[in-house]
Design a protein around this ligand. Structure first.
Ligand SMILES: [Zn+2]
Length: 160
């Protein structure tokens, strides 16, 4: 058996825009400021997409997602994850782990829901999805409430 790990990161800035909704890991957060972006700005799923690309070697965020978003109107970030998954070939994701840095919103009430949505997206169980969140003692712009930063590690195995 062979093992690969992919590391992904992304960050988005909060924006004052009543037409937008904060979505993290496919979960809607009510009463929270939205993030800026051409897509739904789901920074959790963007970090996941990048981590999958770290395994496949095929980058999706950037040129490919811009084409999906700006030319085809695909703003649901789950579609970018699914696009990244197409290049796994014989590799199978067995675990994902997220580290979120943000002052707001409060993550803990929604972590179980995010794990469920992400597990469904990747055909994993909730036990295979780890999510931690920290304010980092306010030492960065994320910890001070300017936006959200997410790191993700994907572990994939191959029997070939
Ligand atoms: Zn992003």
């Amino acid at each position: 058996m062979k093992v690969k790990t992919g590391l992904g990161q992304d960050s988005h800035r909060f924006v004052q825009d009543a037409t937008r909704t904060l979505i993290l890991g496919g979960v809607i957060f009510e009463n929270a400021p939205p993030l800026q972006g051409n897509s739904d700005a789901d920074v959790v799923l963007h970090a996941l997409t990048n981590a999958i690309s770290g395994v496949t070697g095929v980058n999706i965020l950037g040129a490919v997602s811009d084409k999906l978003c700006l030319e085809q109107g695909v703003t649901d970030s789950r579609e970018y994850v699914l696009e990244a998954l197409k290049y796994l070939k014989n590799w199978k994701i067995c675990h994902v782990s997220f580290s979120i840095e943000a002052k707001l919103p409060k993550m803990s009430p929604q972590i179980a829901a995010m794990k469920t949505r992400i597990a469904d997206l990747l055909n994993l169980t909730m036990d295979d999805v780890g999510i931690t969140a920290t304010t980092g003692e306010g030492l960065t712009d994320f910890g001070r409430g300017e936006g959200i930063q997410v790191f993700c590690i994907v572990t994939a195995i191959s029997e070939i």
